[in-house]
Write a protein of this length. Structure first.
Length: 351
């Protein structure tokens, strides 16, 4: 009964309802262990009778929220969901069972569930006699949960390396000063993007030299809401007085210099997106290991001529070996420039 043929009007209706479900899903929190999911329930006549979205780990899933709103009107109706309904019991029960008990006749979903523990919902629905249609606006749904999907496909968190530099690539002056390379608007943008990640990672060298707070803060400097996990990678102990030891956010030290080992440990803690803010040595280690997926560079219209480079030695000795990036976005933020780029190829071959 999977992917039954639908008429053009019904297919168009599915797409319209899925767009609404995606709008609902976008209201869910970023940086949560669970994906953002939205659901719409229509009755047998095609009228919307219930809507819902997942508000974060431990709360009811989108389908359950929408079914509660729909009540008995869901019977013989259609559920439109941005992610294949789950088939496992975690902090909450399986959504497939809730849909079966509600008596829906059809389920339309966008993205297939990539998680080993929760996938298989479609099979259970079909076994219960419920028609299913999958892949409706699949790309849009996958993009909504980009890092979450990446982590299950690749078996590790997605890594975004962020750095700030002058136009000549300097992250600090010769005397070691680096505050501030970019302006306040760019720094506010960093905090906004930090808040969307699961973890902020630096090396012990950065903690000892700069004593950063590593929290996502508002314009007034306050920390509100969920904070990413602060991760310090390295063998040296974190000083007792270091600000990463405060209560503003949880902190984890990983006693390793191996990026793959660090990401393995974070993956086991349901970390899906790592915001890499380490200095040039840590950044070089991740790049050499092929474990940087995205680069976000803030460039200030300033020149230093000398000082610390934003990136350490990654073993490139000739221009033909240059690590080429693909620019996805280039915008100005106040006087500064932000470039978002994905890792493309090294020597013409994928990393």
């Amino acid at each position: 009964m999977a992917d039954r043929e639908v008429s053009a009007p019904e297919g168009e209706h599915d797409v319209a309802l899925m767009r609404r479900a995606l709008e609902l899903a976008a209201r869910g929190p970023l940086g949560d262990p669970n994906p953002r999911v939205g659901a719409v329930i229509v009755d047998e006549g095609g009228m919307v009778v219930g809507e819902g979205f997942h508000e974060g780990a431990g709360t009811p899933h989108a389908e359950v929220m929408a079914l509660r709103q729909a009540g008995t009107a869901a019977r013989a109706g259609t559920a439109v969901v941005t992610l294949e309904p789950c088939a496992h019991t975690g902090r909450t029960g399986p959504c497939t069972q809730a849909l079966i008990q509600a008596g829906v006749a059809r389920v339309v979903f966008a993205q297939s569930d990539p998680t080993p523990s929760a996938r298989g919902g479609r099979t259970l629905l079909e076994a219960a006699g419920i028609h299913t249609t999958g892949g409706v606006l699949d790309e849009e749904s996958t993009a909504l949960n980009d890092a979450w999907t990446f982590s299950f496909v690749h078996g590790r968190p997605k890594v975004t390396w962020k750095f700030a530099a002058t136009l000549d690539g300097r992250s600090a002056a010769t005397d070691g000063t680096s505050r501030w390379i970019t302006g306040p608007l760019a720094r506010a943008d960093v905090h906004r993007l930090r808040a969307q990640c699961d973890a902020i990672l630096v090396g012990t060298g950065t903690v000892i030299a700069d004593d950063p707070v590593l929290t996502a803060r508002g314009p007034d400097g306050s920390t509100t809401g969920r904070q990413p996990l602060r991760v310090v990678m390295g063998l040296r102990p974190i000083p007792e007085t270091a600000r990463v030891r405060d209560v503003a956010a949880p902190t984890l030290q990983l006693a390793t210099h191996d990026p793959a080992q660090a990401l393995k440990a974070l993956n086991e803690q349901d970390i899906h997106h790592v915001w890499l803010e380490g200095g040039p040595t840590v950044a070089a280690a991740f790049l050499q290991a092929g474990l940087v997926d995205e680069v976000i560079a803030y460039l200030a219209p300033a020149l230093l001529g000398a000082g610390s480079s934003a990136l350490g030695d990654i073993g490139i000795r000739t221009i033909d070996q240059a690590l080429r990036l693909t620019a996805q976005e280039v915008i100005t933020i106040g006087p500064d420039i932000r470039i978002r780029a994905s890792i493309a190829t090294l020597n013409g071959e994928g990393l």
